[in-house]
Design a protein around this ligand. Structure first.
Ligand SMILES: [Mg+2]
Length: 108
């Protein structure tokens, strides 16, 4: 079963072949993910620097960058067969492992 994010991306891919050409290229996707993380960090940095919400750093602007990150992460996850709910399960499992390691004194 494909995720809602992948379904929506497929719609975009059908409208623009440039998007379609990169949807399965994990090298491109990894760089795109880094670019979006940089955009998010830059917006948060500007809010921190300016001490207030300014143009381009509203909560909606930041939410938009988070959405961009989620899209690229989902496309990368799809290349490794863990998109959608599978990724949620994997991330939850990983956090539970970390909690177990903290309880066992193997990790702080
Ligand atoms: Mg962006």
């Amino acid at each position: 079963m494909t995720s809602r994010i992948l379904e929506a991306r497929h719609e975009v891919d059908e409208l623009n072949p440039c998007y379609a050409a990169t949807s399965h290229d994990v090298n491109f996707l990894a760089l795109a993910l880094c670019g979006e993380v940089g955009e998010l960090a830059n917006k948060i940095k500007k809010r921190w620097r300016d001490g207030c919400v300014t143009a381009g750093t509203t909560n909606d602007d930041i939410r938009d960058e988070i959405a961009d990150i989620r899209i690229y992460l989902e496309l990368i996850a799809d290349q490794f067969s863990i998109a959608g709910e599978k990724l949620d399960i994997l991330a939850t499992s990983k956090l539970r492992r970390v909690a177990d390691e903290i309880r066992a004194g193997k990790r702080k």
